[in-house]
Design a protein around this ligand. Structure first.
Ligand code: SF4
Length: 356
């Protein structure tokens, strides 16, 4: 198909018609926040019969970042915090980085990790290292560049997350997910083979797909076919950019600098080997060691049901605070802040629909 076909109205209409006959209730999770946004933007949910429930997952990096990391960064002095945009508005228990900036902390929004390196040439700088397999190679490369240039005041707070361990943990917590729409961008790096454990160990299928409406409808259609035939497997509908083994070069850069470690996920708790920390050779870049920061703690704002949203236990509109006490202007949880957050997606695209 050429790129225009992925928005082709006739194809969408045919796929929508095919899905209308599905009667058995199924829950399909879109793991990635970009898919959540795409589903809202293209009105996909409204095209599906009520028997097909789409759930959001833990694939929004800002959403799964623990509040305690925000509190730790916001409490630092005499250092610049370099962060990607969305994190700045996420409330910690005490304060957000945005409010800390209003009180004098130097917080700078960056669009590339190399910008943090530029700042570090003049000032002691911590890069808030959040993100999944897609973002991590760029940050690893920036660490290597800092070493090459001999920049001594550049540090990273490594709060990276890996998708496969999160899916394993998720299925142990929430057994009601019937299949997965698997993330496109992450899969470019890790490859389709990274998900083989889903059918093998959990009897669940998944389809890797892109972000156009036809991509998403095709993924749903393929998952339903798997369920109908009792043949759960990993399919790659995004073969125009994803291959079986992933991007070896990106993987090499990641694992030159970082190694797996236990990580704290908002919504999933502490998970073994689900994050990445520095290898001993690069520990001098680790902000946690250099600034003697304590281990993260797992707490959440009272009443906020982000953990249940991230586990696919509820959809955002089932949170009693959705759209009233919690809205994009006054977010209580990270899922309402992030441009990939499911509460933000529901608020933007679906708050007036029947389901909400
Ligand atoms: S609507 Fe707000 S309070 Fe409710 S789960 Fe989402 S972010 Fe948390």
């Amino acid at each position: 198909m050429d790129s225009r076909s992925y928005r082709d109205p006739a194809l969408m209409s045919a796929l929508t018609t095919c899905l209308q006959d599905w009667e058995k209730p199924v829950s399909i999770m879109e793991v990635c926040g970009s898919h959540t946004m795409a589903i809202g933007r293209w009105g996909i949910r409204k095209l599906l019969p009520s028997s097909i429930r789409l759930l959001s997952g833990p694939g929004c990096p800002v959403c799964v970042t623990p509040m305690s990391m925000i509190d730790q960064l916001a409490g630092l002095k005499d250092v610049t915090i370099a962060t990607f945009g969305d994190l700045i508005r996420v409330p910690g228990e005490r304060i957000s980085l945005e409010k800390a900036r209003a009180q004098g902390l130097d917080v700078q929004i960056i669009y590339s990790p190399l910008e943090a390196l530029k700042i570090a040439r003049k000032r002691k700088t911590i890069l808030a290292g959040i993100g999944f397999e897609t973002t991590i190679p760029g940050i690893a490369q920036t660490v290597l560049e800092a070493e090459r240039q001999g920049i001594s005041d550049f540090y990273v707070y490594p709060a990276f997350k890996l998708i496969p361990p999160a899916l394993k943990a998720l299925l142990k917590i929430n057994n009601s997910i019937d299949g997965f729409i698997l993330p496109g961008h992450v899969s470019v790096i890790i490859g389709a083979r990274a998900y083989r454990f889903l059918p093998r160990d959990f009897g669940r299928g998944g389809v890797i797909t892109g972000f156009e409406p036809v991509d998403i409808m095709l993924a749903i259609s393929r998952l339903l076919k798997q369920l109908k035939n009792g043949d759960c497997k990993i399919e790659n509908e995004y073969s125009r950019v994803v291959n079986e083994r992933g991007n070896n070069k990106a993987q090499d850069i990641i694992y030159k600098v970082f190694q797996p470690e236990r990580a704290l996920w908002r919504g999933l708790g502490w998970l073994e080997n689900s994050g990445l920390g520095f290898k001993p050779a690069y520990e001098r870049f680790d902000a946690r060691l250099v600034f003697s920061l304590p281990p993260l703690e797992d707490y959440i704002k009272s009443g906020c049901r982000c953990p249940d949203v991230l586990r696919g236990v509820i959809i955002p509109s089932e949170c009693p605070l959705f759209g009233s006490n919690c809205n994009p202007a006054h977010p209580l949880g990270s899922c309402m802040v992030s441009s990939e957050g499911s509460c933000a997606a529901y608020f933007k695209y679906e708050r007036n629909s029947n389901e909400c």
